[in-house]
Design a protein. Sequence first.
Length: 373
Amino acid sequence: MSVGNSESHVLEKAHVFCYRLFDVAAEIDLDAAQRLLALDTRRVRLTRAGAEYLLLPNPPLAVELGRHTLNVHSGELQVDVVGRLFDHGSVSIRLRVPVQPGTQLAELIPLADELYDSPAVDALAMEVLESLRPGIAPALRSGTLWEQSESYAVHFVERLQGSPSAAEVLSWPELAPLLLGETKEARLSERERNDVLAQHFSYGEHDLVVVDWNAAFVYEPTGSIDIPDILEICNAQLLEFRFYDHQLDRQLASVGETLRRTRRRSVPLFRSTDAPLARSVQLTLIEMSEALERVENSLKVIGEFYLAKVYEAALEQLRVDDWKASVQRKQQTLGDVYQWLKGEVDTARSLTLEVMVVALIVVEVILAFIRHG
């Protein structure tokens, strides 16, 4: 496997997909959104061979959002923008940043470093999102924009000078720095480079996917964007699990504060707040279970094919399963709180009934004495 001369690592047809993902609602009615937006919309479909092993039960809705100007250090770039709406409540804003034909791979690294955390990309994505939200407002349930977001980038290459094989491209020393956006370190250590490139896949001799936590490199001579679409779905799932992890933290803190406040100023017999609190916790659990099911069902794997392997590798690199496990643990904790509250409510009701029975007996005894007095 030859590293070769970096002078020959030339991009003939390539661009960078910059993603910014936002949670805008508890749920989006995609059919309603499509009717509201009317023109320039379509449902996302996976078309590559083996796509039948990945199911999209409710495919995201893609909407063309026109061409916009993105200001970067090197000047102004004209970028095509596409929005993707997911039924679980997230919206992805994708910027298609052009790469000038003839650009060497090493020359792309400074741009990659800028795009990964670019305030200009953030601002443009937010501007486009805010222009989109009013038009789809009737399709949003509990439409509120979460202050946090998720970002990702995909270097999508269709043609390389000399049509190198996947093995040759994987050996290029610029590849790992490109994915990291590393502009200061001249040469990465072998261990760091191996870690960055660990999750790589090829279906044929001349296609390659390298998935890292912050960015991916896709060498796809066919031009199919199925893999970028799959990576976008993974990031949407990550965003939602992060969102619900945050919501559960808030809910647990709120329940704890309510309990501390009510316990200081009430006695067990007159704890009227436990029943409403228990109902609130139960409703949260039901709604969250439904929402998380939509997130998990946004893409289903039914076979061990190439695209499925890429999807599962992306979930691992993005630590989606770790966030999912965190959500499940907090759901369990909230479920335990509900059971405890329910027990407290049942105990209070039983105690109240017992007091009422004793009071009735005492009243009957007193009335009997009065009648026979």
